[in-house]
Design a protein around this ligand. Structure first.
Ligand code: ADP
Ligand code: ZN
Length: 358
């Protein structure tokens, strides 16, 4: 097992990474929890792992209630949150009752939002079940629901008490979700760590095959990198923006495809390549580095072509809404080489030259 500590001001918490951790849950839980607790999961994960978690909790003396939400982004709504508050009150949860998220990013964000707000904050335990959630959304303390005006637009920064990343849970993850998570894994190599990128170049197949030694190293390194960045910039003023590499274009790609043509990681893969091409066009990135990136992404394999629904003007409009934009000026996270990025203003003309019409 690997342990990564996330240090945020006075508050520290640990991420535990390894196989078969669910059975050892008591080692990872904080002290002084109330026995009544709430498990939040979705209707794909529940039939596979729901009962197992409930049994473990009962064996430790907890009295768990469980809420199963429909899988998918639509569950991350205020209406969905309200149903969870109702359940929390019904079951008699108090200020020391943990809310336990068992699922991917959707469940983590929703359950975390409830944990942050129910009685102004109760202990939050994350058990991420997707690669994407283990390397990304479970680290950093962002919790949120969606609003018709935007994704993740109602939320808070709220750190969990513990994150238990049980790699065995990935055994049942659909391969498309596994590949999507791998896009974010590759991102960490590009923005921070050439040695890690090289490790992925040599060990990608083992990672995709869920080799436990390799996967443990991979998830731990991603968590370490993200935890380090977030610790320096908890509230997203500067450094944290580099985590956004591949996402300025990626979000537009995801949105144009209606969030189903390409899922998050698939869109980020396209965004990472296009933003690297942009860096190359601006004379900042060696062609060899661009080729390394493309080769690794294609090895996953992730498709780096634009979705059929591509529409250049709409894409640019979406990019203008990016949170890095200031007024009319657009900023991108551009790689200088594998392992180092910087944030740079990109002119309309440069963007126009990059993006194909269709
Ligand atoms: P993400 O973590 O990628 O942000 P989701 O929470 O939407 O996104 O999870 C992606 C999909 O994978 C959902 O349909 C979810 O039900 C399913 N899923 C999550 N974890 C597992 C797992 N361990 N085994 C099988 N399916 C899973
Ligand atoms: Zn992402």
């Amino acid at each position: 097992m690997n342990t990564v500590t996330v240090a945020l001001g006075r508050r520290n918490y640990k991420i535990f990474i390894g196989r078969d951790l669910l059975a050892r849950l008591e080692e990872f839980l904080p002290r002084e929890l109330s026995s009544r607790c709430l498990v939040v999961t979705d209707d794909n994960v529940d039939p596979i792992y729901g009962q197992r978690l409930i049994n473990v909790l009962k064996s430790l003396g907890f009295r768990p209630a469980k809420v199963v939400v429909p899988a998918g982004e639509a569950s991350k709504s205020l209406a969905g949150a309200e149903a969870l508050y109702d359940r929390a009150f019904e079951h008699g949860l108090d200020r020391r009752s943990p809310i336990i998220a068992l699922g991917g990013g959707v469940v983590g964000d929703l359950a975390g939002f409830i944990a942050a707000t129910y009685m102004r904050g109760v202990p939050f335990i994350q058990i991420p079940t997707t690669l994407l959630a283990q390397v990304d959304s479970s680290v950093g303390g962002k919790v949120a629901v969606n609003h018709p005006r935007g994704k993740n637009i109602i939320g808070a920064f709220y750190q969990p008490s513990a994150v238990i990343s049980d790699l065995s849970l990935l055994d049942t993850l659909p391969v498309r979700e596994m590949r999507s998570g791998m896009a974010e894994v590759i991102k960490y190599g590009v923005i921070w760590d050439d040695a890690f990128f090289q490790y992925l170049e040599s060990n990608l197949d083992a990672a995709m095959g869920l080799d436990s030694r390799v996967m443990q190293a991979v998830v731990a390194r991603c968590c370490e990198i993200k935890a380090g960045i977030v610790a320096e910039d908890e509230r997203e003023s500067g450094l944290r923006a580099i985590l956004n590499y591949g996402h300025t274009i990626g979000h537009a790609v995801e949105s144009l495809g209606g969030y189903h043509l390409k899922n998050h990681g698939e869109a980020v893969a396209v965004g990472m390549v296009m933003e690297a091409v942009l860096a190359r066009q601006m004379g900042q990135l060696d062609v060899k580095e661009l080729e390394r990136l493309m080769a690794l992404i294609q090895k996953v394999p992730l498709d780096i072509s634009l979705p059929g629904e591509w529409h250049k003007q709409q894409a640019i409009e979406l990019m203008r809404q990016d949170k890095k934009a200031v007024g009319n000026e657009m900023f991108f996270v551009l790689p200088e080489c594998i392992g180092r990025v910087h944030i740079k203003k990109v002119s309309d003309q440069q963007l126009d030259d990059l993006l194909p019409v269709e």
